[in-house]
Every structure is written in structure tokens, then in C-alpha cells.
Ligand binder design. Sequence first.
Ligand SMILES: *[C@@H]1O[C@H](CO)[C@@H](O)[C@H](O)[C@H]1NC(C)=O
Ligand SMILES: *[C@@H]1O[C@H](CO)[C@@H](O)[C@H](O)[C@H]1NC(C)=O
Ligand SMILES: *[C@@H]1O[C@H](CO)[C@@H](O)[C@H](O)[C@H]1NC(C)=O
Ligand SMILES: *[C@@H]1O[C@H](CO)[C@@H](O)[C@H](O)[C@H]1NC(C)=O
Ligand SMILES: *[C@@H]1O[C@H](CO)[C@@H](O)[C@H](O)[C@H]1NC(C)=O
Ligand SMILES: *[C@@H]1O[C@H](CO)[C@@H](O)[C@H](O)[C@H]1NC(C)=O
Ligand SMILES: *[C@@H]1O[C@H](CO)[C@@H](O)[C@H](O)[C@H]1NC(C)=O
Ligand SMILES: *[C@@H]1O[C@H](CO)[C@@H](O)[C@H](O)[C@H]1NC(C)=O
Length: 637
Amino acid sequence: MEAFITMSRSLSVFFVILGILSHGTEAVLTPSKHNCSNTTFTPNSTYHINLDSVLSSLRSKSNATRENGFYNSSAGNTSGAKVYGSFLCRGDLSPQECQECVDTVTEIITQICPGKKEAIIWYDQCMIRYSNKSFFSIMEYEPFLHEANGENNKEPNGFMDVLNKTMNNMVSKVVRRYRKSSVAKYATTDAKFQGNPIYRFAQCTPDISADDCRKCLYKAILSLGNHCWGKIGCRILMPNCFVRYEKYPFYTSSPKDKWRQIVAIVTSTVISALVSLSIYLFFKMSKKVKKDAINEKTACSELSTMDYSSNFSLSIIEAATNNFSDGNKLGEGGFGAVYRGKLEGGKEIAVKRLSRTSGQGHQEFMNEVTLIAKLQHRNLVRLLGYCLEQNEKLLVYEYMPNKSLDVFLFDTSTSVQLNYKRRLTIINGVARGLLYLHEDSRFKIIHRDLKASNILLDYEMNPKISDFGMAMIFFGNESKELTDRIVGTYGYLAPEYATEGLFSVKSDVYSFGVLLLEIISGKRNDRFYFSEKGESLPTFAWKMWSKGQGMELIDSLLAKSNVAAPEVLKYIHIGLLCVQDDPAQRPTMSSVVVMLGSEIATFPQPTKPVFVAGSASSSHPKFCSDNAVTLSNISPR
Ligand SMILES: *[C@@H]1O[C@H](CO)[C@@H](O)[C@H](O)[C@H]1NC(C)=O
Ligand SMILES: *[C@@H]1O[C@H](CO)[C@@H](O)[C@H](O)[C@H]1NC(C)=O
Ligand SMILES: *[C@@H]1O[C@H](CO)[C@@H](O)[C@H](O)[C@H]1NC(C)=O
Ligand SMILES: *[C@@H]1O[C@H](CO)[C@@H](O)[C@H](O)[C@H]1NC(C)=O
Ligand SMILES: *[C@@H]1O[C@H](CO)[C@@H](O)[C@H](O)[C@H]1NC(C)=O
Ligand SMILES: *[C@@H]1O[C@H](CO)[C@@H](O)[C@H](O)[C@H]1NC(C)=O
Ligand SMILES: *[C@@H]1O[C@H](CO)[C@@H](O)[C@H](O)[C@H]1NC(C)=O
Ligand SMILES: *[C@@H]1O[C@H](CO)[C@@H](O)[C@H](O)[C@H]1NC(C)=O
């Protein structure tokens, strides 16, 4: 009983403190920036009436849309006077705070932008937008608004560096939230500069795609350099996303931080209360953890394509592939053959039949199966199912009608089909797929065998990364690994991996760089190496590029008229950065994606890459002379 009283006392302390903390953030509605069009409507016109009705519908929904803080609405018909409107509340706000902001701003927007056909208004807490154009689900960069805190930091360079450091991380966090529709698409992070905290916040509207959100946020982050240089606080506001940082906590801290603060306060005041409070917290948290674990499991089985596997019995696959007939064979590799198949309903599949002698053990097989089944990205090939029956190890994939990239790229009769635009699409798609593997999926995954023949092409020649038999998963923060079993393919192996067996995400970045140069030049790195030039594609590319003759690298089959020289040089530049000798000098895939999407090249200068194959042979003599083979053939998978 006594414990109960202490407990309820400490609980009331706890709620009082919770109340104080949750009002510790900005409670006052604070206007930020707005932009009104200079086109106007006439008072009492249909447009005016429709606008009023849109604004009142936003007001009425500000209560209902508590999950993701976003709502869109329209009124009227397309014969002239249709009005579209939406609101976005800052993701950390309570429904009441959101409602307060939306209600207030929809009331005054017609005073701030009187008679204007279009307007966008940003408050610290919410954004209201209306227009005569439909903007739902369309990503737009304009109107671009920014607002800086007038004060400058004394050491802008160091400050901006710190600010920038984990921005990519924050973007990935926001993007990940697109997996669940009912949550606000935002993330926060704090950092420290010279002992002072920096609080950062990023959010997107949920009506755009995760990819567009990423693009939008990267643009915002890149703009910090122009509009916020050295400022102690600043924000970049675009219709579909915004980024803000301050030296004070302007957002409601995450529950975890809140617990920490509560515990600190309670410790200094009522020690006895702390004891029971901890019991309470422990009780509450263990309950929460349990709940999360259950959610995780459900999410997993929803995501998992393993449910299909039961449909792929050996007899079904045999029927689909006409008993693995030669006529259905698509190709053959060190691991076994790939067959094309057609299921009863007409759906086409590709079946990888691991040869019984391939040496790919049960473990590698299950590695690939469990790994790829969890991955879903449009630049990764989908595994539909698998089959382990009667000594057969079969993997069933979505069918890729255009086979693999090497088939097109390195054959003069087909490479013309890979026009300039398609090649850039392929490079960008592979970069995004790899970024997903490295940073956006639930694990950190290193592919370890990225090469042209592992890039499959769909009907529209969109690239999909395949073959995860050698991929490695990392949990938590470990990110480098030492291995004495080097797998991968000559010409694509990063020097530190080939010589020391050290691999990390940066070894994939190296392979990506080689692949990029191959796509631009239409030349195979491995063949190239064995040519009399005594050079690898990276060293040759560097030589040409640094002499200002980068354009000579480009595939002679590409119609020169359609090729934009500055763009090609930018791609080569990025490729060369990826094949730098020192892994630390190579960009991460998120930087690569940013660079591919940026206009001007203010990238670091690459230095001359090393001649990888030569150094590989010195410390691993048994690998040295085999021409263009996947090393996994030597060291059996
Ligand atoms: C809108 O404003 C711009 C610049 O402020 C001006 O050049 C343009 O003529 C204006 N358009 C209308 C329709 O008033
Ligand atoms: C618009 O309507 C309001 C009330 O309905 C009226 O008071 C006002 O005079 C009207 N304005 C015009 C320009 O007709
Ligand atoms: C908003 O929701 C609260 C609680 O659910 C309710 O009391 C209130 O009346 C609602 N307001 C509006 C405008 O619907
Ligand atoms: C909101 O926008 C979506 C398209 O993104 C549209 O389908 C939906 O009807 C809109 N909602 C309203 C209430 O207009
Ligand atoms: C469009 O809206 C106008 C004004 O509200 C109305 O008179 C007209 O009948 C509507 N047209 C259609 C096709 O609904
Ligand atoms: C929106 O209004 C502007 C200015 O009156 C006009 O030029 C434009 O065509 C309108 N857009 C739509 C989709 O009606
Ligand atoms: C509002 O946005 C438009 C389009 O982005 C831009 O041209 C205009 O200059 C902006 N106006 C103000 C006052 O910022
Ligand atoms: C942040 O980093 C990017 C490249 O990673 C760079 O282009 C940008 O200028 C940096 N921004 C700031 C504000 O330092």
C-alpha cells in the first residue's frame, strides 16, 4: 500500500514534469515566410467561393488528419474555377497544436495574400498552400523560401561541416518513414559544435514518393551552403519539404530524450520517487518493447515474399521451364544455369538453378534467400520464391526480358540500343539501388560483386541489381570486415579488398565507379586491362580526364550530337572519385546520388587511381592470372 502511494505520488510528479516539458517548445504560432502569386481573382467570384470552401474544409480536417499531419482538398470543377489546397503540420506536433495552427492560418491567409489566386504560407508549426493548379502528389521546388537567424557563427567553416555531417543520415530516416503511410515524414537529429548543441529537423509532405522526398531534401541541404552559410539558425522551405536547424530545441524532443530529462529532474528532487518511477518506467518500457517486437514481426511477414515460396514446388518449376530444357536456358554462370519459365497463369519467371557441384552451400543459399526476400526497391531484382527439394537448389526471380547490362554494353551490335539517356538512367538507377542496400534498408548490406553482368534490365531498360549470393549484412555500427576469402570479380575489386581482404561499403563504391566508367566508355575493364596498354580503365580514364581529353573516353557508338559534354565530364569525374585508392577518399553512395543530381561540379579533385590488378597479384598469387573470371569460381561459393 505504501509503495502504491509513493508510486502514485511519483506518477503525479512525472505527469507535471511531462506537461512542463511538452510545453517547453515553441507554443506561440510564429509566422515565417510566405509567397503570393501576383495573379488575382475577383471578389465574390466562383473562385472566391471555392477558395473559401477549400479553406474551411482544411479547417475541418485539421482535427481528423492526426496521423501524418497532412491533408489536401479541392473545390469546384475544372471548367475554370477549381481551387486546390493542402496543409502540412510539423511532424512532432500534437493534433491539437496542428489544429490550432491550421485554423489560425486558414483564417488569415486571405488577409496576408488578399485576392491572390495562389499562396503558400509557412509558420513554424504548419504550412498552408492553395492554388488554381493541381499540385497534389507533384513534387515542386518552387516557391523556394528561406529564412536565416541573423546571427553569424564565429567559425562558419567548422560549423557548417558539423551541420552537414549527419544530414544524409537524417534524410534516410525521413525516407524510411514512407514505408508506413500513417506517420508524418520527418526526422530530427542533434549535434554539437564546440560544446553547443545544434538541433536539426527535416520533413517532407507524404503525398510525394520517397524518392522525390529524398531529392527535395538533398536540394534543401545543398542550398544551406548558399542561404545559411555560418548562420546559427536557418530554414529552407519548399512546397514539398523543409529543413531547419537552430541552436535551441524548437521541436518536441523525441520520447527517448524526454525520458532522459525527466529522470534527471526527478533525481535532483525526489529520490524516493525516482525509485518507484524507475519501476514504473521499466514496467512501461518493457511493455512497449514487447509491443514493438510484435509489430516488427507482422511488418516482416507482410513485406516478406516468402509466402510465395509454397507456390514454387519443384514440379511447378519443372513444368514452367519445360523440364529445364535447353531452349529455355537464358545463360550459364559459375554457379549454374538460369532458365526462363512461364507459370500457368502466364506470368514469366527466371529460375536460377544452382549446380549441384557449384559448392554454394546451404548457408550461402539461405543467405541469398533471406536477404533478398527482405529487400524491396525498384532497382533491385525481386526474388519471388525458392525451392529446396531433391538436391535441387532453385531461386525464382521476376523475369527480366532484356537480360543483363553486359550483353548490351559490350556487344557492338546491341550497344547502340543503349543510347546516352538510357546509360545515364542505368547509372542513376544502380546508384539508387546501391544506396538502398547501404543505407536505407533495415540492414547495411554490402553487395561485394557489383558488375555489369549482375545488372539486369527490365522492359524499359531500367536497371536492377541482382545476385546477392555474396552479399554481407551488417547490423548496428560495425561497418568494416576482414576476410581471407576474397570473392568478387577482377577489374571491379577495390585495392584494399583485393590486397588485404578488407571490405566495406566503400569497396562497393569502387565497383560502382568501375561500372560507371564502363557504361560511359562501352569498354570492359577486364579486357582493357589485358590489352597492350598495360592500364586499367580507371587509370586510363584518369589520364584522359586530367589531360582535359575526357570526352575521348566516351563510347564511339554514342551519337555525339545528343551528348552533353559537361554532363559526361561530371559523370567521369564522379566515376574517378569512386575509384580512388584510399577508401576514405571515395564518396558514400548518398554523396554519389547527390552529385549525380547536382548541376555544377564543385566536387573534390580525384587523384590518379592505382593499378589494381597488379597489386592484387603480388599478395594473392593464386588469383593472379585468370582472365575475367568471377573469383568465387576459384574460391567456391
Ligand atoms: C508579376 O510580378 C512580376 C515581377 O514582380 C512582373 O514582372 C509581372 O508582370 C507580374 N505579373 C502580373 C500578371 O502582374
Ligand atoms: C461580396 O459579397 C459580400 C457579402 O456577400 C458583399 O458585402 C460585398 O459587397 C460583395 N462584394 C462585391 C464586390 O460584390
Ligand atoms: C476535435 O477533436 C476533439 C477530440 O477528439 C473534439 O473534442 C473536438 O470537438 C474536435 N473539433 C472539431 C472542430 O471537430
Ligand atoms: C488529395 O490528393 C490525392 C492525389 O494526390 C487525390 O486522390 C485526393 O482525392 C485528394 N483529396 C481530396 C480531398 O481532394
Ligand atoms: C461547374 O461549376 C459551375 C459553378 O459552380 C456550375 O455552374 C457548373 O454546372 C459546373 N459544371 C459541371 C460540369 O459540373
Ligand atoms: C491559373 O491562373 C492563372 C492566372 O489567371 C492562369 O494563367 C492559369 O492558366 C491558371 N491555371 C489553371 C490550371 O487554371
Ligand atoms: C514567389 O514565387 C515565385 C515563383 O517561385 C517567384 O517567382 C517570386 O519571385 C516569389 N515572390 C516573392 C515575393 O518571393
Ligand atoms: C554539405 O555537403 C555537400 C556535399 O557533401 C556540399 O556540397 C555542401 O556545400 C555542404 N554544405 C554546407 C553548408 O557545407
